[in-house]
Structure formats: C-alpha cells, structure tokens
Design a protein around this ligand. Structure first.
Ligand code: MV4
Length: 451
C-alpha cells in the first residue's frame, strides 16, 4: 500500500478521499487554492500546500503546481477525484513519467473512451449494442444526409470529443440537418479543439442507467449493480438512485456482464462506469464510459456495502481484489440528492455566500457527504455542489420516506439551495412510481411555470 498520496481536488470529494486514505493507514496531502484556505480538506489532510489562485486554471488545473506539490511532499500517488484533471490522459501520463501512480486507469484507457466515436466502434466490435448511426466520424453534408436517411429521423449529432451533453444537436428533417451538422462541427472545434462529429438515431425520452465496474490489475473485473441517473436538468444530474426502478435482476445481469466484457476488452484496472440509454421498450444501448470515480458513487456503496474509494486506492497500489462476483449483493435501495447552492425558484441561478446557519440531518439510513460548516463561504469560482444527501432503506419506498424526513431536517441559511426542489420532486406521483425519463424534469418544471 502507498504510505502517502496527494489529492488533486477540493470540496466534498477531497474530504471523502482523505477519509478513505485515513482508514487505509495512508497519509494524505491536500492542495488548495487561495480561497480554499479554510476548507475542511485542508484541515483534515496530514499536510496541505497552496497551489495558486481561485481560478481553477491557476490551481486545480495547474499541472506544474500540482506536480511540484507532489515532489515537495514526496507522495507515491495522486488521486484526481472527479472533474478537474480526473479524465485528462496528459495528466495521467505526466504522473507516470514522474514515477507517481495516477489513481485511475491508464492514459491509453482514458484517451480511448475520451473519443466517443472510437469508444462506440470498440464497444460494438466486442458485442455491445450501440445506437444505430454512423460507423465513423462524418465529414461531409452528403454523408450526413445519407446516414440520417439510413437510420431515420429524429437523429442526434454529437461531438466525438464531447460527452455529458456538450455540443449535441437533435434534428427532425433534412432541412435542419445540414445546418446542424455545420454548427455542431464549429461548436465542437471551438469547445474541444476537435471538429469531429458523428450521428445517431435519437432515442426519445430515454432512461440513463449506468453500471459500476471495479477491476484489479490481475484481470478480476466485477460489476456492482446499476445507478439510475435519469433525473437531470441541462445534463446536470440532480438525483441518482440504485437500484434502478426499471431494471430487474435479469436485465442487471445482462448489463453487468456486458459492462464487464467492455472493461476487460481494454484491460481496464480501476473503478469505472459504463453508461447505457434504455428506450421505452427497455432496449439498451452503450453510450459512454467514464474512467473516474463519479459524484453519485455513494448510492452504489450503500447498496453493496463496498467502499469504492478504498477499493480504487487498493487496486491502484497493485493489490488483488478480495471479492468475487458472487460476493456482490444488492441490499435495499439508496437515493442521492445533490444539494446545490442554487435558487430553483430562479432558474437554478447560483447562490454563493456565507453559511450562517447549518443543520445536517442524521438518524437511521442517512449519510451526508459535504465539506460545509457554519461560517463556510461558498465560492463562486467552483461548481455549486455543497452536499450530497444519501439515504438507504430496505426498499425504494423506504429510501424515499427517509429522504423526505432528512430533507425536512436539513437547514442551510441564508443561501438558497436545491433542498426545496428535492422536496417537491420526492412528492411527485410519477417519481414515486419510478416512471421517469431524462425528460421528466423538463416536463415538471414546465408544469410549474404554467401553475
Ligand atoms: C442520446 C439521447 C438520445 N438518443 N443519444 C446526453 C448526455 C450524453 N451522455 C448522451 N446524452 C443523450 N444521448 C441518442 N442517440 C439522449 C441523451 C440525453 C439528452 C438529450 C437531449 C436533452 C437531454 C438529455 C438528457 C439526457 C440524455
């Protein structure tokens, strides 16, 4: 095992990783920007080094500053958390060349799945169903029209370097297709420095279901059930749950075994996620692979009893997994609500500022992953996630009841948060039924405007 690791992140995830390291007997080094000086990750790490100014590009994305901090503190590994440098193959390569372990997969793995078109081709080759569409990047208007004719409208154009919904265009006919193709290319070039786009049949009102993978360097690859992340707004997930209300044990096994096959085919050795879209008939299609620990990993931890961050550190240190697929059992149901410093009454506008009053919920079945405390100042420089409220019950209905109770105890003032939004969502009859697609929020938020 490592004796010391550096955490190249901030906020709740930095704290979460420090906790895992402490339990493993691994010392931790925090890095922080000037505005994060009074953060809990700085306080609870064994050592802490300031790496620059508030702006991410000057601190949490500043590779030379992070590598210097790693050299000075003599760490053996770097945990990137999520966001920032977590899926930057160049950063993973620099770590390796400095003989510092990157706690994640290889740079080649990150690079492969970072190209969404390449990932699509690779996954199709090994037998994963993919959405009908182009077999390579599309270069001309003629090719675009031909592919759209072949798969039938509606279609969706995506940036090969995109992901997470950036640079997508939905088209319903030939007339809008050509202009969408051109703007998609231009947008992709401007956002990612890569104009490559491809085309797929557009699946209407899909569910977003993702499989958690855990793999060691000795070829043992496990699936840890699924998460349903269909509750999102503008590609920002707001609530995630495990198991998915629409996945039965038979479908779980199919998706899980395919996800394991996908990970094995690229010799994947870390935690990772395979995303699927499910259509209204429960047909499923490979969408993307994520090579990081995800924000929503706690719901999987609650239903499997496995600490994903500890396992991620162990496999990075070259340890063998002590678990078999037969050891993985899904127990009960878990839900995570993302509590953001945003005003949901005002189009989810960010609401930074100082927390004067704070009451964290507790009691049976409640977990809170957060870095906030009374007097903490939420900075406008970073994402607005202030806490993840996670509940675990014997079944979905109980997890919902516990969540409703926990939300009612959660006080964060005077800043605005998404707590009132979650309270409404958890009372919605369609949510309670589990009858939701990725368009559910758009539909109920519209409903609200019309009230
Ligand atoms: C799709 C899709 C429908 N059909 N692909 C969104 C993020 C990225 N992970 C993939 N995404 C989607 N890909 C096909 N072929 C629907 C989504 C999607 C979505 C699209 C438009 C508006 C909101 C959305 C919310 C979730 C998923």
């Amino acid at each position: 095992m490592f004796s010391k690791i550096l955490i190249a992140n901030r906020g709740e995830i930095a704290l979460r990783i420090i906790r895992a390291a402490r339990e493993l007997g691994v010392r931790s080094v925090a890095v922080y920007s000037e505005v994060d000086r009074n953060s809990l990750h700085v306080r609870f790490a064994d050592e802490a080094i300031c790496i620059g100014q508030a702006q991410s590009s000057n601190s949490y994305l500043n590779i030379p500053a992070i590598m210097s901090a790693a050299e000075i503190t003599d760490v053996e590994a770097i945990h990137p958390g999520y966001g920032f440098l977590a899926e930057n193959p160049h950063f993973a390569e620099i770590c390796e060349s400095c003989q510092i372990k990157f706690i994640g997969p290889t740079p080649e793995n990150i690079r492969l799945v970072g190209d969404k078109m390449a990932a699509r081709t690779t996954m199709q080759k090994i037998g994963l169903p993919i959405v009908p569409g182009s077999t390579a990047v599309i270069k001309t208007k003629e090719e675009t029209l031909k592919t759209a004719k072949k798969v039938g409208y509606p279609v969706i154009i995506k940036a090969a370097a995109g992901g997470g919904g950036k640079g997508m265009r939905i088209c319903h006919n030939d007339i809008t297709l050509v202009s969408s193709f051109m703007t998609a290319q231009a947008e992709a070039e401007a956002s990612f420095g890569n104009a490559n786009v491809y085309l797929e049949k557009y699946i209407e009102k899909p569910r977003h279901v993702e499989i958690q993978i855990l793999a060691d360097k000795f070829g043992r690859t496990l699936y840890l059930g699924e998460r349903d992340c269909s509750i999102q707004r503008r590609h920002q997930k707001l609530l995630e749950e495990s198991p998915s209300p629409i996945v039965d044990s038979k479908l779980r096994k199919r998706l899980g075994e395919l996800a394991v096959k996908a990970a094995r085919s690229v010799n994947y050795a870390s935690v990772g996620t395979i995303e699927f879209l499910l259509d209204q008939e429960n047909n499923f299609y490979f969408m993307e692979m994520n090579t990081r620990i995800q924000v929503e990993h706690p719901v999987t931890e609650m239903v499997t009893g496995i600490d994903l961050i500890k396992e991620q550190i162990r496999v990075a240190a070259g340890e063998k997994l002590h678990l078999n697929q037969d050891d993985i059992h899904i127990q009960g149901a878990s839900i995570e609500c993302r509590i953001n410093a945003e005003d949901f009454e005002n189009d989810f506008m960010p609401s930074p500022g100082k927390i004067e009053t704070l009451n964290l919920p507790g009691g049976p079945g409640v977990r809170v992953d957060t870095h906030i405390y009374p007097g903490y100042e939420i900075s406008p420089y970073y994402d607005s996630l202030v806490a993840k409220l996670i509940t675990h019950g014997r079944n979905r209905q109980e997890a919902i009841k516990i969540m409703q109770r926990a939300l009612s105890e959660f006080i964060i003032a005077p800043i605005k948060t998404t707590i009132p939004f979650h309270q409404r969502l958890l009372e919605h009859p369609l949510f309670i039924k589990g009858n939701i697609s990725t368009h559910f929020l758009q539909e109920i938020l519209k409903e609200r405007e019309e009230e």
